[in-house]
Write a protein that binds this ligand. Structure first.
Ligand code: MRU
Length: 370
């Protein structure tokens, strides 16, 4: 997607030993590119959210394992170093399942050869492949979701389709296109009038900082709203549909996404507004059924709630908004039960949020040992 008219993706290889990313903590105020050259850089980049968003977290970890494999070649015992790198990367973020899927893919590929030098080459190929697959997957989510937007647009006879989204499930959370935003970009590019209500998404403000930034760069009409405004807008027929992303979708169609998603789903149900979740297959956890009890919910540093970051006109500043000693709690995600989800927009098509719905698109998972 574009920044200042130029096509970009979120992660790329600069040279054999350097992976580059946009340090997302600076968007939209500054464009900062960061070099990741050692395993620890990848751990910090994922944990401290220089990169974030389920698909991008997965691909970043995959590149991290490539660099770890290069480092392992310089150690006495490749396997011990590499296995420890896997452990370290698995600990970076708990909720998004793409992280674990991506790590598993690289590990399987690396283990497919005994030749030490070949291991790092295979890790690199696996990381590149995961990135390419993510782009293709997001593009198909876009094509499937576009059909829903077209249908609403034809009912609205030329009036803009108002879409509400939460957090950032755009290209900045993926490699390109995004998940929730892919249908929106495709609709906009096809000349269908769309307007996006962007939830600011406290405490890290991914909506205000990232979704608004990328929609703005692409010229998609949008308005940033407070996290609590969605219900009011729905009551007044100002939202035609909701599309959000997901960090983990269970076998029965429950969806873990950024904290606050559940409340949007409740408001949507009460107001008869369609609530769609856009997801690549990599975000489905076929081993988990009940999202409420089985998905680990990340709890982050309370300071993210107590302090607000913003641009003071010259630099990024941080200000305290609570009494200094007030405790704060920072739950990163919540689970929206399948019954509140109108449909899942996947890379293979749209289905009901249920085991039957998912299996109709992924019949090969029928034989799962779940
Ligand atoms: O904590 P984050 O910023 O990594 O959370 C991101 C989200 O919740 C996204 O909406 C999600 O990863 C959806 S997938 C593009």
């Amino acid at each position: 997607m574009k920044i200042k008219g130029q096509h970009h993706q979120t992660i790329w290889l600069k040279d054999e030993r350097t992976v580059q990313i946009f340090d997302q903590r600076y968007f939209p105020h500054q464009i900062v590119i960061e070099d990741l050259t050692k395993l620890e850089d990848f751990e910090v980049a994922i944990t401290d959210m220089h990169v974030r968003g389920a698909p991008l977290i997965g691909v970043t970890a995959a590149y991290g394992l490539y660099i770890a494999a290069l480092e392992a070649l310089e150690q006495q015992d490749f396997d011990t170093y590499f296995t420890n790198a896997v452990k370290r990367l698995r600990k970076t973020r708990p909720t998004a399942v793409d992280l674990f899927h991506a790590i598993e893919k690289v590990v399987t590929t690396v283990n497919s050869t005994e030749e030490l030098k070949k291991k790092s080459l295979l890790a690199l190929e696996a990381a590149k492949l995961l990135a390419e697959e993510s782009v293709v997957s997001c593009r198909s989510i876009g094509e499937h979701g576009l059909k829903i937007i077209k249908e609403i647009a034809s009912r609205k006879k030329g009036k803009p389709v108002n879409i509400l989204t939460h957090c950032n499930a755009g290209w900045i959370a993926c490699i390109d296109y995004g998940t929730a935003t892919a249908p929106i970009y495709l609709a906009h590019d096809a000349g269908i009038p769309v307007h996006v209500w962007v939830d600011e998404t406290r405490p890290r403000n991914q909506g205000a900082n990232l979704t608004a930034f990328e929609l703005n760069e692409h010229g998609v009409p949008h308005t940033v709203i407070t996290d609590n405004a969605g219900g009011h807008l729905m009551q007044h027929n100002m939202v035609d549909m909701v599309i959000v992303g997901t960090d983990r979708t269970t076998r029965q169609g429950d969806v873990a996404n950024k904290i606050g998603t559940y409340l949007k789903a409740l408001a949507a149900k009460d107001n008869n507004v369609s609530f769609y979740v856009a997801l690549p297959s990599s975000s489905i956890d076929w081993n988990v059924n009940d999202g409420l009890t089985e998905i680990p919910i990340e709890q982050r540093n309370p300071d993210e709630v107590k302090y607000v970051h913003g641009w003071d006109g010259e630099k990024l500043s941080k200000v305290l908004i609570t009494p200094k000693d007030s405790p704060a709690a920072n739950y990163g995600f919540d689970v929206t039960p399948a019954r509140l989800v109108t449909g899942l927009i996947t890379d293979r098509g749209i289905c009901e949020a249920s085991e039957e719905g998912l299996l109709s698109l992924f019949p090969e998972k029928n034989e799962s040992d779940f």
